[in-house]
Design a protein around this ligand. Structure first.
Ligand code: ADE
Ligand code: ZN
Ligand code: ZN
Length: 270
């Protein structure tokens, strides 16, 4: 995701943190740094020479065959030239944030990675190998050239909600929170989004999350096999908005549950 997705995931998660978890998170943020700023750090880091090693941690390239087959297979898909993928990264960072023998800076970095990766693992194209997660599919968006990946990361959500300003992030977070608490996501959140929050089985849960996102690749994102060159600002974007918003809500809710499990040993989502 871009700023809109990641910052909303983080702010939404902050609404469901148990008091003890909030204190823990604060302890590992820099002075004056918001949880939203911390959640977008990993993309900047991946693009500086020092952090290049972490680039492959932002996705898992499922070698499946959408729209016929959508399937994430950890053993088949995660070994990206030995560098690891979003699932192994989440597993490792989940262990590192709990490792009291590590210095503060290392645990703080592990937190920033977790805040970011729980977001990215819910972006359908961050679970798909085809055309480099859509980066190589050239499309039009409101008459401008774009690639499929970038419209899912940010262009579609920004077309309906504007630039990712603080006000905009707060408004979207409020709306998603309402849908989770008694609105259209309520049943699913309680019955399904909560079902895998076992930090001692991090690999299994991260695979469940990635598989859910990857399912959208067949069901919507690449359902039309020939998107190349097409204008996607109309009907396609309209159908994508509810998927993007729900995925962001799911990520925020699960991120809170994950952090609560890590710090308090219960998800705190009652
Ligand atoms: N680079 C290679 N595969 C990718 C993916 N699925 N998402 C983002 N960047 C990628
Ligand atoms: Zn992306
Ligand atoms: Zn990322």
């Amino acid at each position: 995701w871009g700023f809109y997705g990641h910052k909303t995931v983080a702010l939404l998660a902050s609404r469901y943190l148990l008091p003890e978890t909030s204190v823990f998170v604060q302890t590992y943020l820099y002075r004056g740094q918001s949880i939203m700023d911390a959640a977008v750090w990993a993309d900047r880091y991946a693009h500086i020479p020092l952090g290049r090693y972490s680039k492959t941690w932002h996705y898992i390239d499922a070698r499946d065959d959408p729209p016929r087959v959508c399937e994430v297979n950890y053993d088949r898909d995660c070994a990206v030239a030995g560098g690891g993928c979003i699932i192994s990264a989440l597993v490792n960072m989940t262990a590192r944030i709990q490792d009291e023998s590590l210095p503060w800076a290392q645990r703080a970095q592990a937190l920033r990675f977790i805040l970011h990766f729980v977001g990215d693992i819910h972006q359908p194209l961050h679970t798909e190998h085809k055309s480099l997660g859509g980066n190589r599919i050239k499309v039009l968006f409101h008459g401008h050239e774009a690639n499929l990946h970038s419209i899912w990361d940010s262009k579609i959500i920004e077309a309906v909600r504007g630039r990712p300003t603080e006000r905009g992030i707060i408004n979207l977070t409020n709306e998603l929170q309402d849908r989770i608490e008694g609105g259209e996501y309520a049943t699913e959140a309680k019955e399904n989004w909560k079902s895998c929050l076992n930090t001692t089985a991090a690999e299994e849960c991260a695979l469940v999350w990635a598989s859910g996102a990857n399912k959208w690749v067949c069901d919507y994102v690449l359902k039309d096999e020939d998107l190349e060159g097409k204008e996607l600002g109309g009907e396609y974007a309209e159908g994508a908005v509810p998927i993007i918003e729900k995925s962001i809500a799911q990520a925020g809710y699960r991120l809170a549950g994950w952090l609560n499990m890590l710090v308090v040993g219960k998800d705190g989502l009652d």
